[in-house]
Unconditional design. Structure first.
Length: 618
């Protein structure tokens, strides 16, 4: 492995992200899942760089690089200048890549100077209140210092690519560009900051896109510094990419540059034979059944063999993630199923992260009573079994005895006591936790009476915390939960890519996405008959909100009416599309981005892709 570090003529790719050994969101998934594929191409010439946060770096194994190697020498020199740099490996990921993490504190004393310089250069009025901006300025400077030093220690290295992801990494990029440092650079944005804010707050976001004034809007939302860092990184990079066609429109208007190419997200493919996926589905569905029994059956029961599990999950961005249209469609679905007198039940899980006080006490209570009931049954079974066996062995009994007489008084009492505390007169809760405050989901459910009435065909379980294996209600990891469900629903309004539907595809679970999400758009462009393969795309681009709600309702209703067999064959056909989404296939876009950057490096300075007026540059 040391050759990478010692061979100065080797091609090197430094990949810079805020989410290396530091999980925050979707970018972590991108970076992490593509490691094996990147290592296939770059081998030990692949080095990842990120910020160091001691508490979060649990997957980081420190190890020093040889100090006679270019990277080792660079690190030593920077350490000599007082910088704190951690070198090592990213553990627990396939490929165990090399990682360099930078401690932001070591440069904190330089922060006010960095801010003044930045403010003067880009006419920033206000840095806003987000402490992330300071961290980002410090990180960008550390990356810049590293690259400059690396190139001075190793001047003959002429094939160095530095790939920056998202605005948090890019504050040093304009200076590298201005100083003509001999490297090829790529900047990939996974969303635009203004896009996120405006989509959330402006109902006609897409139609008004061209009219927004980026400077004015970024000041209005107190995000001017963030937007400028993003804009400057985009304009200074050799190659500029984003993850979907939809986001590229935002880039043109908010960042002032047409992306050179789209680098869509891939997945790490774990090839399971189909029967295994089917078995896993059955296995995890049992856990969900158990949750449902604990949650609903104290009040009333329904046939679990005729129950379909829908789910949605994502950060709490009510409109952006399409929670609004999902709830409206569920309400309509409920009415349709009742009118059709269907004997099927749909349970919709809404998984997100909101401020909660704790899991609701009565929800926890009914789940623990269910466990107690199960334990009591097991004890009775054991006691009856052993007494029955004894009675046969001793020959006292020829006829099957009255089994009730074998249950001890203690267990009789325990049984009655547990059953009495099991039954509830109340409706099953639609919310599993005590929220710090009500939100749009609770408001909607209350207003429309989508509150788990017995006669409802559609039940709602709103779980305002992400699912992890330590979760007391499901006892499943998120991926297992997905695998146990029947349909994932993600009809987003704003979603640069969206991994959630793609994760369903990997788990063999049919899914709904929208043509305003990067993934959904990609599917409509690249996959014929995606409906037949269990990927349904709601049109949110060219029809009204109400029409989209109706289309989603229709997709749900048709899904519910299908037989289990046809849903299984959808699963079957889904397996064939997996390869298309794998990083083995998707990495080629990254390869092209790096090649373009290497070619452009030779003709520095490259022209900005758009004729940008000087006043518009900043
Ligand atoms: C972004 O993360 P987000 O959920 O904040 O990047 C993801 C990875 O490229 C992408 O899937 C998502 O749509 C973006 O929004």
């Amino acid at each position: 492995m040391t050759s990478l570090i010692t061979n100065s003529k080797k091609k090197l790719l430094f990949e810079v992200s805020w989410e290396i050994c530091n999980q925050i969101g979707g970018i972590h998934t991108v970076i992490r899942s593509k490691i094996p594929s990147m290592m296939d191409k770059w081998g030990d010439g692949y080095i990842m760089m990120g910020p160091y946060f001691a508490q979060k770096a649990v997957e980081f194994e420190p190890i020093d690089y040889p100090n006679d190697s270019p990277v080792g020498k660079t690190v030593e020199k920077l350490r000599g200048m007082g910088l704190t740099i951690h070198c090592g490996y990213w553990l627990l990921v396939t490929g165990k890549p090399r990682v360099i993490l930078f401690d932001l504190n070591c440069i904190w004393s330089k922060l006010s100077h960095l801010k003044t310089e930045f403010q003067e250069q880009y006419r920033v009025q206000d840095f806003g209140t987000d402490p992330l901006v300071n961290q980002v300025l410090a990180f960008g400077e550390l990356i810049r210092l590293f690259i400059v030093e690396f190139m001075s220690v190793n001047p003959i290295s002429n094939e160095v690519v530095v790939h920056f992801h998202e605005w948090m990494t890019g504050s040093g990029l304009p200076k590298l560009f201005a100083k003509k440092v001999n490297i090829a650079t790529v900047f990939t944005t996974h969303a635009t900051i203004l896009g996120r804010y405006l989509a959330q707050n402006e109902p006609d976001f897409y139609t008004k896109l061209e009219k927004f004034d980026w400077r004015q809007e970024s000041r209005r939302y107190g995000i001017e510094a963030q937007v400028i860092i993003e804009r400057m990184a985009a304009q200074s990079a050799g190659t500029f990419t984003t993850i979907s066609e939809i986001t590229s429109q935002e880039c043109i208007h908010f960042l002032g540059r047409v992306p050179d190419l789209i680098t869509p997200n891939g997945i790490k493919l774990e090839k399971f034979p189909l029967f295994k996926l089917e078995n896993l589905h059955l296995q995890y569905r049992k856990h969900i059944h158990k949750f449902i029994m604990g949650h609903f059956f104290p009040s009333y029961s329904f046939d679990l063999n005729k129950t379909i599990y829908f789910f949605t999950s994502g950060r709490f961005e009510y409109k952006n993630k399409g929670f609004d249209i999902t709830l409206e469609a569920l309400s309509l679905l409920n009415t349709k199923m009742k009118q059709a007198r269907m004997d099927t039940t749909v349970v919709m899980f809404i998984i997100t992260n909101q401020k909660v006080r704790s899991v609701n006490a009565s929800v926890i209570n009914s789940h623990s009573v269910l466990n107690e009931l199960e334990e009591t049954c097991k004890s009775i079974q054991k006691e009856v079994g052993s007494k029955l066996f004894k009675s046969f062995v001793t020959g006292d009994q020829v006829q099957l005895p009255n089994l009730n007489s074998f249950v001890s008084e203690y267990l009789q009492h325990r049984r009655v006591r547990t059953i009495l505390s099991w039954r509830s007169e109340n409706q099953p809760a639609f919310l599993t936790h005590d929220l710090a405050q009500d939100d749009e989901i609770t408001d909607y459910c209350r207003q429309t009476n989508l509150l788990n009435n017995q006669k409802d065909k559609v039940k709602v379980v709103y779980h305002p915390e992400f699912i992890t294996s330590s979760n007391p209600l499901f006892g499943l990891e998120y991926g297992q939960f997905v695998c146990g469900c029947h349909l994932g629903i993600f009809p987003s309004f704003y979603e640069p890519w969206g991994y959630t539907p793609q994760e369903c595809v990997v788990a063999g679970v049919p899914t709904v996405t929208s043509n305003l999400s990067g993934f959904g758009h990609y599917v409509t462009q690249n996959m014929k008959n995606h409906d037949d393969r269990g990927i349904y795309v709601v049109n949110r681009k060219s029809q009204t909100y109400t029409e989209s709600v109706e289309q989603l309702t229709d997709i749900m209703f048709r899904f519910v009416k299908k037989t289990r067999r046809s849903n299984e064959s959808e699963r079957n056909r889904m397996e064939n599309v997996l390869e298309k989404f794998s990083w083995n296939n998707m990495r080629t876009h990254y390869d092209t981005a790096h090649e373009i950057a290497l070619k452009r490096k030779k003709n520095i300075p490259h022209p900005p892709a758009l004729p940008v007026e000087a006043s518009d540059m900043y």
